[in-house]
Write a protein of this length. Sequence first.
Length: 135
Amino acid sequence: MWRAFGLGLLGVLAVGCESPAVPAAAPYQPIADVRETMAWILLPAADVIWDSAGTIITAEGRTELAPTTPEGWEEVRRNAAIVAEAGNLLMMPGRAEGPDWIAYSRGLHSTGRLAMAAAEARDPDALFEAGGAIY
């Protein structure tokens, strides 16, 4: 009995250790090239973050750029997620151009996540720092 159990367990373990099947073709189909991905997806999202962080000082006075409403912070958070996801898009086969490009793309991903965390915390200083890192 134990021998049959042991053989059955080995069979289950052997099946569980097999590599998953790799599809012949990727299940995704990129639409935009790298330039378009950056211009249409990344930069508009980064602009929202940059326009929502920091202070403008003029002769007329001081203007804080940080959002003042929950909806404003949520807009920044959504766009920070787009920046992070753009980092993923730029690492896809056909877009990734070597280790330096992968490092740049990973940096976008991590700084987008920092901006998301700053927006979730409604922390203008952290948002400013994340915006600088995205730049």
